[in-house]
Design a protein. Structure first.
Length: 90
């Protein structure tokens, strides 16, 4: 089967769910950065394992929700998994 035929066959397979490309990287919460104002949430700085040293620190708002819908926060030293996905529409 030619390459274009294989691609066409994959597109017709209704049992496959198209998902955007992604990667999961392990990381550790380095520090919690307090908010400068009450109206802004604190931030968690996460050191992601793997990428070039210049790109390994990631800061996110420390406002998360667990599987039960409860508000939770990350703590310094917590081990986390960071999932990076691409937006296929852009």
């Amino acid at each position: 089967m030619a390459r274009s035929g294989r691609i066409a066959g994959l597109n017709l397979d209704t049992s496959r769910t198209p998902e955007p490309p992604s990667i999961v990287l392990p990381g550790t919460v380095d520090k919690i950065i307090p908010s400068p104002r009450r109206s802004q949430p604190e931030k968690a700085q996460i050191a992601v394992d793997g990428p070039d040293r210049r790109y390994r620190d990631l800061r996110i708002e420390n406002v998360l929700t667990d599987e039960h819908g409860d508000d939770v926060k990350l703590k310094k030293g917590a081990h986390v998994e960071v999932t990076v996905t691409s937006d296929p529409t852009k």
